[in-house]
Write a protein that binds this ligand. Structure first.
Ligand SMILES: [Zn+2]
Length: 119
């Protein structure tokens, strides 16, 4: 399987996410300093600050997945489902180049991680 295109996209994503995370953390810190300087808008500052960190957390999670995909390219297991080793649909990899699971197992895992409805 030719992984050159996927590798390029993943390296680009990795760089973009790293930059974004650094910016988010930096703006989070700035707001902490602003809050200390201007106690009047404390609640507003608190809110936007926590949003920044949540976004940074989401980026960090995605960055981990992108980096894991790059490692799979290096060791030759890229494009294979982590559960059963089956081929991941190339259409899925085009849309989600860091996908670690085939569509079937992704759905199963999502269903398993969803909170069970309480009756
Ligand atoms: Zn699978």
């Amino acid at each position: 399987m030719d992984v050159t295109g996927y590798r390029e996209r993943l390296i680009e994503l990795e760089a973009g996410l790293s930059n974004h995370i650094r910016r988010d953390i930096a703006s989070g810190r700035e707001q902490l300093i602003d809050t200390a300087a201007d106690a009047g808008d404390e609640s507003i500052a608190d809110e936007s600050e926590s949003e920044d960190f949540t976004e940074a957390e989401l980026d960090a999670t995605m960055l981990q997945q992108v980096q894991a995909a790059l490692r799979r390219i290096e060791n030759g297991s890229y494009g294979l489902c982590l559960v059963d080793g089956g081929r991941i649909d190339p259409k899925r990899l085009d849309a989600v180049p860091w996908a670690p699971y085939c569509t079937r197992h992704q759905k199963l895992l999502e269903a398993a991680s969803r909170p069970k409805p309480t009756l």
